[in-house]
Design a binder for this molecule. Structure first.
Ligand code: HAM
Length: 424
């Protein structure tokens, strides 16, 4: 029986089987930069997203999984991670401590979208949020970490699109200018409603008949106030200093309403329609919008499934779950007891090890060793046991060495440590 529409299963060898390894690899640069692990509930009060993400967005108006709990309170499966992580940080008062508050997170998000390649109803994001400061150097760090997350898994065809959406000082005038421009266009009732709620959202309409009319539309970057212009220039200078390439994206519109100033998206050209592998930006008004104090913030989130599809599009395997270093093949019951003890000792000492379970002959057990992805197989036969030795076989070149049993665990540990050093 398959799972619900728009969901998938993570299993070894399945399409997204490497999800956990990709997730950790992508978050590693943020971890090194001091972003600490955070987890907010998957369920939140519906009102939190309505106020935070914005009523004019498709996410809130059409895509949330919302239901009453048993006491009749409206709950929603989180469609994104920022609002919940921010709520949690504010609730805990982290913004009154050392700033910026740097957080990283990962987990499933839920949007009732029409499923297609790269678009799911339950999907996995990783993200970071930096709270409490408006320093453009922090913006540059956050954007650079987004870039490095993709570099960490080996992707080379990701493009970074960057713009500024202005702030409370300059956006209202721009909004008016855009609204005045939109009034003159032939738009359907739905677009007119959107234009009233948030005119920027109309710029994001993908329909060719709408896009054709938008050619001369005013853009925010041309209408930035002095402060926003200086902020954007400082972010760009920071990215230049960090060697992160970006493309100006004056028409960039994000699917969530909370952005201001620095706003960006990461796209991959090998993905077809769902080309956004990640996105983020500054949300200095969000904390207040959800009923908290004025705490600025900036962050991003990446879609793990699209990242893995991008890896496939680039012909890359991406990071994989490593197999055991050692696989032990016991032949006979005395050898089995010895193998169980050996594997136990190796694991306790930190060496990944496994053994052939079940009653298998040498051929079947060696096949299991190969399939496990192990580097070394240890063959323990009855004759080896009585001679007090074991055969250690290097599965990459087939070379075999005889090792005394009392030195076996130490010998294998040294081999495994040597390999780890070589891998680094
Ligand atoms: P978002 O752009 O809505 O931003 O989502 C981030 C990424 O999640 C997208 O670029 C895409 O890769 C992935 N994604 C979104 N929807 C789906 C879906 N239905 N199926 C598969 N993947 C999907 C946010 O969520 C913001 N919270 C990012 C942020 C953090 N902004 C500031 N801090």
């Amino acid at each position: 029986m398959p799972g619900p529409k728009g969901t998938y299963d993570v299993l070894p060898g399945a399409e997204f089987g490497a999800l956990a390894v990709v997730r950790e690899a992508m978050l590693a640069p943020a971890r090194l930069a001091g972003y600490r692990y955070a987890e907010a509930p998957v369920l939140e009060a519906t009102e939190l997203f309505a106020r935070g993400v914005g009523e004019s967005t498709d996410v809130v108006s059409k895509e949330m999984f919302t239901f009453p709990d048993r006491a009749g309170r409206s709950l929603t499966l989180r469609p994104e991670g920022t609002v919940g992580v921010l709520r949690a940080a504010l609730d805990a008062g982290l913004h009154r401590g050392q700033l910026p508050v740097k957080l990283r997170y990962a987990g499933p998000m839920f949007r009732a979208e029409r499923p297609q390649a790269g678009r799911y109803r339950q999907f996995q994001q990783i993200g970071i949020e930096a709270l409490g400061l408006e320093d453009p150097a922090l913006d540059a760090e956050v954007v650079a970490l987004a870039w490095q997350a993709f570099a960490a898994v080996g992707l080379t065809r990701v493009r970074l699109q960057l713009t500024s959406l202005g702030d409370a000082a300059c956006r209202p005038a721009y909004r008016e200018a855009l609204t005045a421009f939109l009034v003159g266009l032939e738009l359907d009732a739905d677009s007119r409603r959107r234009a009233q709620l948030n005119p920027l959202r109309v710029l994001d309409d993908k329909r060719p008949e709408v896009q054709a009319q938008l050619t001369g539309a005013p853009v925010m970057v041309d209408a930035l106030c002095v402060d926003c212009r200086a902020h954007l220039a400082a972010v760009q200078a920071g990215l230049d200093a960090l060697g992160v390439p970006y493309e100006p994206a004056p028409r960039l519109v994000r699917g969530l309403d909370y952005y201001m100033r620095t706003t960006f998206e990461l796209v991959h050209d090998g993905l077809g329609a769902q080309s956004a592998v990640g996105g983020g930006g500054r949300y200095d008004g969000l904390a207040q919008a959800i009923g908290g104090p004025a705490v600025p913030g900036i962050g991003w989130a990446m879609g793990l499934e699209r990242t893995m599809l991008a890896l496939a599009a680039e012909g890359l395997g991406g990071p994989q779950e490593p197999g055991p270093a050692v696989f032990v093949v016991p032949l006979g019951s005395a050898a089995k007891a010895c193998a169980v003890a050996l594997v136990g000792a190796l694991r306790t000492g930190g060496t990944p090890a496994d053994l052939a379970y079940g009653e298998r002959g040498l051929k079947g057990a060696m096949k299991a060793a190969d399939r496990s992805g192990a580097r070394w197989a240890v063959v323990l036969g009855e004759r080896d046991l009585s001679a007090g030795t074991a055969a250690v076989k290097d599965l990459t070149d087939g070379a075999s060495t005889t090792v005394p049993l009392d030195q076996l665990a130490g010998h294998l540990r040294r081999l495994a440590v040597g390999r780890e050093r070589d891998d680094r």
